[in-house]
Design a protein. Structure first.
Ligand code: ACO
Length: 378
């Protein structure tokens, strides 16, 4: 917290003024006008792609969405029936390294490119497989005639129909959520990736470590906590009482406050608008009114104003995921699918600029030299 851990040209965050930019492009413009795959290209390459570059990029990713059949049959089916999808995803990403041993050649740009394509392309397939397995539904193969977000929704939601067509508003919402979660500079999972990748391990092992960091409730799990909190509050009338109990120190207002943003998290604003578009298709999530009520009361309350506590990215995202039919266990998985673009962008940036192994120093506060005491004399 007292020093910069890295130099980076990927993502700019100004927490006091609520600004988030990828390679200089404001998040508001990217979510309105771009696509997740274009943003992934931007994060990695530093510039938006030309038409030719975009076509090649999308084509490459689209044709790497399949996973090895052995991985589906033997690896994924080996999990216990109630395995958490995030546990499955973390292990599956690590397992990819065993299928692509060439990935160890991390200083060969062509090899590196291939692993990046594979990681971005296979994340939705692995995430959907983890979900289907954990709810006891059969695996759905990628359908490469779909675009990236539609393919993901098809692999998650398809039931008996031969071709699944997701509602275009939901496809657009999914893609915008992917863009919003694609990177957030030196967050916990990206920092984990950098530390692990600095040992020069292959990118699958490093991304598995990053994904493990995202599994933690303080990082990828806050939107689940928001849903539990809103459910517990139950009705609008209970909002003032709940706020009072938070101010008295009985728990926190989940989805409020951020280590960096001391202003409205720009992602929360965008997600609130997306929520309305999604609810037009799915019907309103009944927890929305409680969320809006909480926000209104908190933003007018001295306790929250003086501590600069505003809604963060997680305050509304869980409501959308829930309305789309995802179980809460899938929330961190939905975060991981696009965050892999940020992880690999930071991986490449780090390899190109700094190849020193991560080895933080410590302030030693323990004993100095003393002599061993035999057990009988302790
Ligand atoms: N509800 C009530 N009070 C809060 C909240 C909250 N959500 N967040 C902070 N505060 C209070 C603290 O009690 C503290 O008050 P004090 O000065 O009287 O002791 C003050 O605000 C400062 O809080 P810190 O804990 O020092 O802030 P920090 O930057 O360390 O924490 C964090 C940030 C962890 C996000 C915190 O705001 C929090 O716990 N929020 C709820 C969980 C959450 O939404 N997490 C998602 C973050 S976004 C993401 O990771 C993708």
């Amino acid at each position: 917290m007292t020093t910069a851990a890295a130099e980076s040209a990927i993502t700019f965050v100004d927490g006091d003024n609520g600004i988030l930019e990828y390679r200089g492009y404001p998040i508001e413009q990217l979510t309105k006008r771009s696509t997740y795959l274009e943003v992934a290209y931007l994060l990695l390459h530093g510039e938006l792609p030309t038409t030719d570059q975009a076509d090649k990029w999308v084509q490459e990713i689209t044709y790497h969405t399949f996973i090895h059949e052995n991985m589906r049959k033997r690896f994924l089916e080996g999990f216990h029936y109630d395995a958490h999808p995030m546990g499955i995803l973390v292990s599956a990403i690590a397992a990819l390294s065993t299928y692509y041993p060439d990935a160890k050649n991390i200083f060969d740009p062509e090899v590196r490119h291939k692993q990046i394509i594979r990681l971005i392309a296979k994340m939705p397939t692995l995430a959907a497989a983890a979900h289907r397995y954990s709810v006891g539904m059969p695996f759905v193969y990628p359908d490469n005639s779909h675009d990236f977000p539609s393919n993901f929704l098809s692999m998650v939601l398809k039931t008996p129909e031969s071709r699944f067509e997701a509602n275009p508003a939901l496809v657009r919402a999914m893609d915008a959520l992917f863009i919003l979660h694609a990177d957030h500079e030196q967050n916990c999972s990206t920092a984990a990736l950098r530390v692990v990748a600095s040992s020069q391990v292959d990118p699958y092992s490093a991304c598995a470590a990053a994904c493990a960091a995202l599994y933690g409730p303080l990082h990828g799990g806050a939107n689940e906590a928001v849903i539990r909190m809103l459910t517990e509050i139950g009705t609008l009338e209970n909002v003032p009482g709940f706020i009072r109990s938070v101010k008295e120190g009985h728990g926190r207002l989940q989805g409020f406050g951020h280590r960096v943003y001391k202003n409205y998290d720009p992602r929360a604003k965008i997600i609130r608008d997306i929520a309305y578009e999604v609810f037009e298709v799915t019907g309103k999530n009944p927890l929305l009114d409680i969320a809006l009520g909480l926000e209104e009361v908190a933003l007018a309350d001295e306790y929250f104003v003086s501590r600069k506590l505003y809604p963060n990215v997680d305050f509304y995202s869980g409501l959308i995921y829930q309305a789309m039919g995802f179980p809460v266990e899938m929330f961190p998985v939905l975060f991981a699918v696009p965050r892999v673009a940020g992880w690999v962008a930071h991986w490449v940036e780090m390899l190109e600029h700094n190849t020193k192994i991560a080895r933080p120093r410590q302030l030693y506060v323990g004993h100095r030299r003393r002599d061993y005491v035999p057990m009988s004399s302790r």
